[in-house]
Design a protein around this ligand. Structure first.
Ligand SMILES: Cc1cc2nc3c(=O)[nH]c(=O)nc-3n(C[C@H](O)[C@H](O)[C@H](O)COP(=O)(O)OP(=O)(O)OC[C@H]3O[C@@H](n4cnc5c(N)ncnc54)[C@H](O)[C@@H]3O)c2cc1C
Length: 490
């Protein structure tokens, strides 16, 4: 681990240092000269919501380093100019949406220029005949959804970070929303894309419902985390607002019963709008500290939406499947509570009070999930009894699910806490890989997961690296992220 740099020292060292010689030229590339090397602006953009960075920030330290400048282009033309400029001068750049990534995707490692997309925030058009929306990549997710709702539509992508992320960021991180079992993940929604490539060329993938003309170019950029191109515009499928929502809360005699029920629901081709199955500790928390039924410690919320008749039929069929697994129907207060706070960050209070809080979301086939949960928890708790490690399952498929693990431990000096934190990541990730799972369901790689990227992809790592080096021979786009090399090719 690199030695931490104190923010106060960085500020002092910066005082009186002259601006980079290229800054004047960069300023001419955007309207209203939106390029700056102001220290506070660079500091603000030096980190994202990576928990490790939040711990360091709490101790007045940088996550890793500082960017050299921040630039905010207003349109595709300006993005193109900025990217060409960076390529010509071999200067590294980081595309920046809202900075809500939790793996350090926008964290500055090497004096990069931050390219903020926040000025590109327009909903360009809703095409009602084809039920798609054309949107600029820097549009805030919450603003996008609100604009759709106003016109009677929804995008169906509801990450917990809806209001603190951009539509481009959803694509770049291959995100997943709370209704993924009904609407799919972001890759199921994006049907058109404009991307500024590292040499400044604009790639336009027109919207069509599907194409069979080789590998998917859109898929190449979904999850590319700013390393292959600057996503500037997107076309997403949208949906008419559902006529109704039916919600139920059930409790199961055991986690295994709950997992089996969800598997059966998905394999029966039912598409719930919300599925949230909690382990014992999380169930207790969502039940306000008191089990609804002593013999049934596992809580699960289910919601169904759409046309009344369809939602009712799906709800009734799903409840029948849950009952077959011993479930009992209980009051739906936990669902109502969750709905009120579904777009809030739950970690703030704990982190602000000095504790250590992180989340690790893996995914695996149903056949290994129960064992994976039990073995990972047992290993972590045996090694670190003070650590609370729990999980819920809220993205489910016919063949498996995401296991979203929450890790908490109490306040202690960073020097003691960081090795524990790193070791827990190692335990969870390596055990998940060994058992046949994947290291990330929707948060992505950033720089924090680089270490496991090769093992995750095997020969695929070489394929992606070659693609990167072909498109971006000077490695200007977000170097050092997504398991890619950091060095700039001279
Ligand atoms: C409290 C909380 C809850 C969260 N819940 C969810 C969740 O439910 N589901 C989920 O999927 N994620 C979730 N996340 C993670 C994060 O919000 C998402 O990954 C989000 O999509 C990031 O969007 P952003 O605009 O903030 O991207 P940023 O953090 O700004 O950037 C993330 C990465 O994408 C790249 N990037 C951003 N915009 C572009 C672009 N236009 N072109 C090319 N590259 C780009 C950046 O370089 C970086 O590598 C959560 C995060 C927090 C803090």
């Amino acid at each position: 681990m690199k030695a931490a740099i104190s923010i106060d020292d960085a500020r002092k060292n910066d005082d009186g240092v002259s601006s980079p010689e290229w800054l004047d030229e960069l300023q001419t590339l955007t309207s209203s000269s939106r390029a700056t090397d102001d220290f506070e602006q660079r500091l603000e953009h030096s980190r994202d919501r990576l928990p490790f960075g939040r711990f360091r920030h709490r101790s007045k330290q940088l996550t890793v380093g500082l960017p050299s400048a921040v630039v905010e282009p207003a349109d595709i033309e300006e993005v193109t100019r900025v990217v060409k400029f960076a390529n010509d001068h071999k200067l590294p750049i980081i595309p920046y949406g809202c900075g809500s990534g939790v793996l350090g995707g926008t964290v500055s490692l090497n004096d990069e220029i931050i390219v903020g997309l926040g000025r590109m925030d327009r909903l360009i058009e809703i095409d009602e005949i084809n039920c798609v929306a054309h949107v600029e990549a820097g549009m805030n997710g919450g603003a996008f959804e609100a604009a759709l709702i106003e016109r009677g539509y929804t995008c169906g992508h509801y990450p917990q970070s809806l209001n603190m992320s951009t539509v481009g960021g959803w694509a770049a991180c291959r995100g997943s929303g709370q209704s993924s079992s009904r609407y799919g993940n972001i890759e199921n929604m994006i049907v058109g894309m404009k991307v500024v490539l590292p040499d400044g060329e604009l790639l336009v993938v027109r919207h069509v419902p599907r194409r069979s003309v080789g590998p998917s170019l859109i898929e190449m950029f979904i999850g590319s985390e700013g390393t292959l191109g600057m996503i500037v515009e997107l076309t997403l499928r949208i949906w008419r607002l559902p006529a109704c929502e039916i919600s139920h809360v059930v409790v199961f005699p055991s986690l295994q019963h709950g997992l089996d029920a969800l598997r059966d629901v998905m394999q029966a081709e039912i598409r719930p709008a919300i599925v949230r199955l909690y382990d014992e500790a999380e169930s207790l928390r969502w039940s306000n500290g008191k089990l609804a039924v002593e013999t049934h410690p596992i809580l699960c919320t289910l919601a169904f939406s759409g046309l009344q008749a369809v939602a009712e039929a799906e709800a009734s069929a799903a409840l029948g499947i849950c009952e077959d697994q011993g479930a009992l129907l209980v009051d739906d207060a936990p669902f109502r509570t969750w709905k009120k706070i579904r777009f809030e960050s739950y970690s703030d209070e704990y982190v602000n009070s000095g504790g250590f809080y992180d989340t690790i979301e893996v995914a695996a086939p149903w056949s290994v999930l129960p064992g994976m949960y039990a073995d990972i928890r047992a290993t972590v708790i045996e090694r670190y009894p003070a650590v609370q490690i729990n999980a819920h399952w809220s993205h489910v498929y016919s063949d498996g699910a995401c296991m979203y693990m929450t890790v908490k431990f109490p306040a202690m000096p960073d020097d003691d806490a960081f090795p524990i934190h790193a070791d827990i990541w190692e335990i969870v990730t390596s055990m998940c890989l060994d058992m046949g799972g994947t290291t990330s369901h929707h948060h992505g790689i950033g720089y924090f997961r680089n270490k496991w990227f090769v093992e995750e992809l095997n020969a695929g790592h070489g394929v992606i690296s070659k693609l990167k080096e072909t498109l971006d021979p000077h490695l200007i786009l977000n170097p050092g992220k997504l398991g890619m090399r950091q060095g700039i090719n001279p």
